[in-house]
Unconditional design. Structure first.
Lengths: 216, 216
């Protein structure tokens, strides 16, 4: 696979990331021609300035990593992220609503984000480590109905979680791809072999902090 | 210690908590006469309704658990939480700003929350597992300067984190108590013995999901 770098969102979401850590991340992403960076909202404006005219995508996270925020707050967070120059929004689904089979609530929550995003890509993080197979299927359907552009496996913040698995990527791809939606694999993708497996299973984006190692 | 229950904020912040889980939490808190419950923002309105006239404090979390949100978003989250009936706000400090020794940024972030809180108690979560002793001291000073009412140790979401320690509670108490501020111990307080140690070290609140076990 000779364009692996174009799949990678170089990711740094640790809460103790310093400004310098973010700059190193951006420099690496530019050097290796990654698709984008994925960073916390606090750093979107700084990243956009630091990038100047470089077209690297600045991806940020919304309601992250628990998803248990009010929809109005998620929408406001999107609005501010766009003001600071975010290109794409990775939101966490209302996991409690999926657990409660309250699919309408989960759908409305995503719709609030999609509406605020003004056409920018919205990726819905399902947090697959916390869901059963049936719940993953329902969460995909909800994301389709709400008009999101991507489903994404994981936040990387679940204690004891495994993150993306080939099985889940295949399942998600099978459900969303007929609706022109894409799949992002994230969480635990730490080497080239795993990244390629995810892409073969249907992922068109890889969220990872190991991007440099993966393309080397 | 015969009023241990009055120190306890019965806590459920798991992202996959269902509505029923929240109701069970509230019932337990009422039964055991706990000081309050600590829940995600999504459930504040429901909790307030379910409690009817019961004076149990509804505590919620802001910019949780990473703290790497924009100050304007944290402030908006406070505003909405108050609209839904929250009594106290536990916010996560801008950990990156502390790492960068950008104390002014950290202080302004807390101030934005304090201003939005309209006099309701603001507890600043330092996330002590990610800070050095010196950084904990600086984070306490920043919280004092910003006008918060509490410092609090932990979110409970750091992988491999230990949460509250007697040593950190003592340190935090020593710095903030001359300024009429209080200390909340949270993360890893799972039994009566540990709870009592935290209180003896200076904590006036215990955030725990093991409240029922602790008072039995």
């Amino acid at each position: 696979m000779n364009n692996l770098e174009s799949y990678i969102e170089h990711t740094l979401l640790k809460p103790d990331a310093s400004l310098n850590d973010i700059k190193v991340l951006i420099d690496e992403a530019v050097t290796h021609k990654f698709c984008g960076i994925c960073i916390n909202p606090l750093y979107v404006g700084i990243a956009r300035e630091y990038l100047e005219k470089n077209p690297l995508k600045v991806v940020t996270v919304i309601g992250f990593p628990l998803g248990a925020n009010l929809s109005s707050v998620k929408a406001f967070e999107v609005q501010k992220a766009l003001e600071y120059g975010a290109d794409e929004l990775d939101m966490v689904i209302d996991i409690g609503a999926i657990k409660d089979k309250n699919y309408k609530r989960a759908e409305n929550d995503i719709k609030a984000v999609v509406n605020a995003a003004e056409g920018k890509f919205v990726k819905v993080i399902l947090e697959t480590d916390l869901l059963s197979r049936d719940e993953i299927i329902e969460a995909c359907k909800v994301s389709i109905n709400a008009g999101a552009q991507f489903v994404k496996t994981s936040t990387g913040f679940v204690k004891g979680g495994v993150g993306a698995t080939v099985e889940n990527i295949k399942l998600m791809y099978e459900i969303v791809s007929p609706h022109d939606m894409q799949v992002k694999a994230s969480g635990g993708v730490k080497d080239k072999e795993t990244a390629i497996k995810m892409i073969k299973a249907g992922a068109t984006r890889i969220g990872t902090s190991s991007g440099v190692k993966i393309v080397k």
